[in-house]
Design a protein around this ligand. Structure first.
Ligand code: GDP
Length: 314
């Protein structure tokens, strides 16, 4: 991996995990910039940053992200902010001689009714899930742009599509978070308040797969070391659980003993989103952190972050 490596979005959950993982790599110089110093939507500022710093590798972990409610409510921002960041960073990379670029997306780029488990070639085979279409379109554009640069100009720009992530530094906003951090917070607060029951959104029947962000960071470094990586590759566990099962596991990790109710008036989103991970496994990578272990660790991280006053809730 040629250094210096620019980690875009280093304060986000993924970027921070990538920086932690890179600190284990001998001799690697990591470049980062907080948003207050470099707004990735600002094409001119991004161009100046690349001209000055000349990174050799870019790991693009910056994105406007959110759960089902935030995505449904702010499609304009989810599409435009993500597109602007991607376009500015990919173009500046090419113009300044970046030979390797790892673009991060998400498995929501695949069609709502993709064949399960989802293989990489399901991309663009049918319509997207409407609740996160705007974000998915931006991520598909970024993935394709990297593929086109690789085809047309011979640079090694490629992508990784992680399944639902969780871990330290997650967003615990009650409405805007993803399901796993949302439930950790709700069950924790119900335990403290002695509430007899907790209500989860939707029917509890959708199936989701969860990957600890430290496993993703490890996969990213692995992919950045491959001589001929796939244009895009799924990163996941290939194990899914229903939202109700997840709620039970979160309740157990948190130590909440009350009842769990569902609220079918809230959207379920896509019915199932299980990745086929045979492609990345064939390159020699596999996840190491089970959901059981990951939940225990993440609840401890949540407690530490809320005690330190660093818990994100945006
Ligand atoms: P998705 O994977 O893109 O659909 O995003 P989410 O992580 O936001 O939601 C996953 C599933 O969990 C959906 O079926 C939600 O209805 C369900 N869910 C249940 N309770 C919650 C909650 O408190 N927050 C969120 N975000 N989703 C919840």
């Amino acid at each position: 991996m040629p250094s210096p490596i620019f980690v875009a979005g280093h304060r986000g959950m993924v970027g921070a995990a990538v920086c932690r993982r890179l600190s284990l790599e001998p001799g690697v110089q990591v470049l980062t910039r907080p948003r207050s110093e470099l707004d990735l939507c600002d094409e001119g500022a991004v161009a100046r940053f690349f001209e000055q710093e000349k990174p050799a590798t870019v790991i693009f972990a910056s994105a406007k992200v959110g759960g089902i409610h935030a995505n449904k409510t702010f499609p304009v921002e989810f599409l435009t902010d993500n597109l602007r960041q991607e376009l500015a960073t990919i173009h500046a990379s090419y113009r300044n001689g970046v030979k390797r670029f790892l673009f991060l997306g998400s498995t929501c780029i695949y069609p709502r009714l993709a064949k399960q488990p989802i293989r990489e070639d399901e991309l663009l085979s049918s319509a997207l899930e409407p609740t996160n279409e705007a974000y998915a379109l931006a991520k598909i554009a970024g993935l394709k742009l990297c593929q086109y640069f690789r085809q047309q100009y011979g640079v090694l720009y490629h992508s990784a599509m992680p399944t639902n992530l969780y871990g330290p530094g997650d967003n615990y906003h009650p409405d805007h978070s993803h399901v796993l951090p949302g439930l950790i917070r709700r069950f924790h607060e119900a335990k403290l308040a002695g509430s007899p029951s907790v209500t989860i959104w939707g029917t509890g029947r959708p199936l989701r797969e969860f990957l600890h962000v430290d496993d993703l960071a490890d996969a990213i470094i692995h992919l950045c070391k491959l001589e001929n990586p796939p244009d895009w590759v799924n990163v996941g566990t290939s194990v899914d659980v229903s939202i109700l099962q997840l709620a039970k596991q979160v309740a157990e990790a948190v130590g909440y003993q009350g009842e769990i109710h569902t609220d079918p008036s809230k959207p379920d989103g896509t019915p199932r989103k299980l990745t086929d991970t045979s492609l990345i496994r064939s390159t020699g990578w596999a996840p190491k952190i089970s959901l059981h272990e990951g939940l225990q660790r993440t609840y401890q991280d949540f407690l530490a972050e809320s005690q330190a006053g660093t818990m994100r809730s945006i």
